[in-house]
Design a protein around this ligand. Sequence first.
Ligand code: C2E
Ligand code: MG
Ligand code: MG
Length: 584
Amino acid sequence: MPSDADRATVPGEPAAGLCDVEARIFLSLPDIVWCLDENRSFRLCNEAFEAFTGKTQQELVGQRPPFDGIELPQFIRGFMAHATECRADRGEHALRNPKTGLRIYFETTEIALKRPDGTPDGYVCIAHDMTRRKSLELELTASRNELFQHAYYDPMTGLPNLRHLAGKLAEASAVSATGGAKGALFKIDLDRFSAINETVGRASGDQVLVEISKRLREEVERSGDFLARLDGASFALIVHRHAGRDDIARDCERLLTRISKPFFVEQKLLTVTASIGASCFPEHGDNPEQLLSQADSALLFAKRGGQNTWRIFDDSLIDEARERFELEADLRKSIESDNFTAHFQAKINLETGEIAGVEALMRWNHPEMGSIPPGVFIPLAEQTGLIIPLGERILTDACHFARHWNDGTRKPVRVSVNLSPRQVMLDDFIPLLKGCISRAGCKSEWLELEITESMMMSDPQRIDELMRGLSALGIAVSIDDFGTGYSAISSLTRYPIATLKIDRSFVHTRVDDGKPSAIARAIVAMARELGIKCVAEGIELATEADMLRKIGCDEGQGFLWHKPMPQEEFFRWIARYEKSAAAQ
Ligand code: C2E
Ligand code: MG
Ligand code: MG
């Protein structure tokens, strides 16, 4: 066994210029160290070298790397060749240990030695094992990537997220502000997504989002635009190519068509629609916040415009928004000071001329603007949630009216009240309704609720619950504006629907030739077939009433008889109407 000093000594070369202490330090260095002479032949090495290569100094001395005549594991040979042939001062070398399968990383350094006279005296090669540092580095990079992924991508769809979008938008808008390419930002929001979620369940709702993101991604792959998923059911798209109105219109139409193609989710055929709001850069702003907020305003108006549509931001939206804001504030004040009244309109039996029912219609008595029709304030009340107190108010009025009317000697008739989607979605709607009925001393069979076709289709589970609750109370349900929405024909047989109300657009259509519209005819025929009563709305002319009676429509309602009016006025009208009917 050679002593430490011997090992640092090559035969014929006394102590390789090292004293005993230096030799011991050299030998026990943790790094792998070996020396070559000026001809690059092996001169000496330390213990770490021997341990790593499995070869002793004696075996290698005088040989030139990569030691072709000596049996060495391939990966060691590769390492030696790299380490000793790499003329750079410093290098990095990775190799895989075939026994362990693990990767080892070395940092290799070669130092050229010179004699005092400046002539070459050989080389010292040092290989520092940096596997641990490297693996920490790799770990760090991986977790940094993960963090990046987390911070900039949406985990469900794999699309970039809002933060990522904001960065891209900042770049794009800054470039265009200095004369670069113009562009547009589209904010795309799925319509009624919470209803979809509630109908098909959250997991299927997620599938819907994934499917829609797939479709949008395919659109974007073709165009090279930047797509991101924002929160919930919102996506955003940065389009660089153009900012012209026609281009935007074409793109929006294409996207909406693509989104609305039906698809299956867990064996259910679903059709999803979206609304799009667009802002353009540089016209509408030079920073992401402004562009996003203006695309949002445009989106809001697109939604209000009936959904499945698009809108580009312009300054008039700001005025519209301000007006809306003021109207909303007025609406709140008016609810507090109770500036609402119910007006009533009779439903007339077309055969006998008798009063067959009454509809309660809400009116807002604006302190400055006078009477505002429900077409203006009901959608606003619906959007702001104010429909809840307003709805309760009209229900209470209708219950008092029904009691007043039906408590007398007359044949009882039903008083109908229009419901809005938000009321139907209320968890405690049935208890609320019961409260109104009992406080007014009304009977539930004196009440009828009008809901629209689209409400019937919106959330099957909620509608099931509502129908069961109303049926248990003995409250009749009618479908308003029938024929204008998605057809709810299947629900007509599923639920105990008392009445179909033919929308007034079908009452007027062909009055010129004296014939009822084909739709009015079909609705009446179908209602008869199903044993459901039929009421035609908006009858203004005696000829209209006559033709509807002839095709078998049961009741009519409209200005032909009277316009909706407050309770006291309505009772006076009834008295006159009945008096003139009796006189005939
Ligand atoms: P609707 O329930 O279909 O009511 C019929 C509408 O037609 C009423 O408009 C009525 O005034 C009008 N009308 C009746 N006869 C004629 C006619 O011969 N010709 C014409 N041109 N119109 C006629 P109104 O009162 O402006 O109500 C509009 C809509 O607002 C209602 O349509 C209903 O959907 C909604 N609405 C009214 N009151 C309430 C309410 O208290 N709650 C809720 N959620 N919606 C309400
Ligand atoms: Mg109605
Ligand atoms: Mg109607």
